[in-house]
Design a protein around this ligand. Structure first.
Ligand code: ADP
Length: 300
């Protein structure tokens, strides 16, 4: 199905006003059936193609010439030493990079064949389809658990309460939080533990019906138990969403991801893609010495 992108709906906290006359449409999945056995990769939506992507802050190139296909309905981990452009790369994928003054990209980024940097694409709508979960859980502090989940939906317009109730239960269930909060939905989102807050933020991202979830070190502020919980959740969510996760934790990348991209930094300090392959290959039989040094802990 297609959906018109002329409605200003923030897909993340970083919403910006919609351009005057957006006309390009982004494909959406209306009803998602759980993935059967092997693959529906040929038909799945949430397929990202990155062509010669470079990202700049002013004249400084932070990411250099990255080309890759992101598998739909799978988890792709981005690993590499600090400062090699992992977060910058992630933010370029839902056009949050351009919110930084003087920041820009070169190259092409396609989601299900649509160029996300086409002037006709509304970045606000895009950030709904390509949602983002940040390092620190950031529920809206003045809102209840319930209101946090439906915050994005309410911006689209009034919805019947029964529909909002259904969305809250569905998204909190998908985020593995429903059983823990169903009796206290009116309590503040910030009354929850850090791990619960992060799952609440994931529920909030799910409520606006994304295709893709970008996660920037989503568990790095959490304790080991909460981390495991979020990792399990990521693993489950990949059935229905394309997930890209930046992590400095290689065990985490090995545990949660299907594919891994290893980034490194050139002498010009620009990050670039060294190697991209199935996670098991990257961790057990990488083809590049740089990758081998990094995953074996000899570097970075
Ligand atoms: P990583 O996520 O791999 O640690 P980042 O994407 O955060 O790397 O940063 C890549 C490079 O871009 C670094 O040199 C960093 O200093 C620079 N950088 C990141 N954010 C900004 C910014 N807002 N303004 C200017 N330079 C930035």
């Amino acid at each position: 199905m297609t959906v018109n992108v002329d409605q200003p709906v923030p897909g993340t906290d970083a919403g910006v006003p919609a351009p005057a006359e957006p006309s390009t449409t982004l494909r959406r999945v209306e009803t998602r059936a759980p993935r059967e056995e092997a693959d529906d990769a040929a038909t799945a939506t949430g397929r990202i193609e990155i062509r010669n992507l470079s990202a700049y802050y002013g004249s400084f190139r932070a990411v250099r010439d990255v080309s890759m296909h992101i598998q739909p309905h799978a988890v792709t981990a981005i690993i590499g030493p600090s400062g090699c452009g992992k977060s910058t790369f992630l933010r370029a994928l839902n056009r949050m990079h351009e919110l930084i003054p003087d920041a820009r990209i070169e190259g092409e980024l396609l989601l299900d064949g649509i160029n996300l940097y086409d002037p006709a694409v509304d970045p606000v709508q895009l950030r709904r389809v390509v949602g983002m979960v940040f390092q620190r859980p950031n529920p809206f502090p003045t809102m209840s658990i319930y209101d946090n989940v439906v915050a994005g939906l309410r911006l689209v317009g009034r919805q019947p309460k029964a529909q909002l109730d259904e969305t809250v239960e569905r998204c909190l269930t998908s985020a593995a939080l429903w059983d823990e909060v169903k009796d206290k939905l009116r309590q503040s989102g910030t009354s929850l533990s850090g791990g619960q807050q992060q799952r609440l933020c994931i529920a909030r991202a799910l409520a606006v019906d994304p295709e893709v979830l970008l996660m920037d070190e989503p568990a790095s502020a959490l304790d080991p138990v909460a981390t495991l919980r979020v990792e399990e959740l990521i693993h489950e969510l990949r059935v229905n969403y394309t997930i890209i996760i930046v992590t400095h934790n290689m065990q985490q990348a090995a545990r949660v991801s299907d594919q891994t991209a290893f980034f490194s930094m050139g002498e010009d300090r620009a990050g670039y893609l060294v190697e991209y392959n199935a996670t098991t290959t990257i961790f057990t039989n990488p083809s590049d010495q740089l990758t081998e040094d990094y995953v074996s802990g000899r570097f970075g």
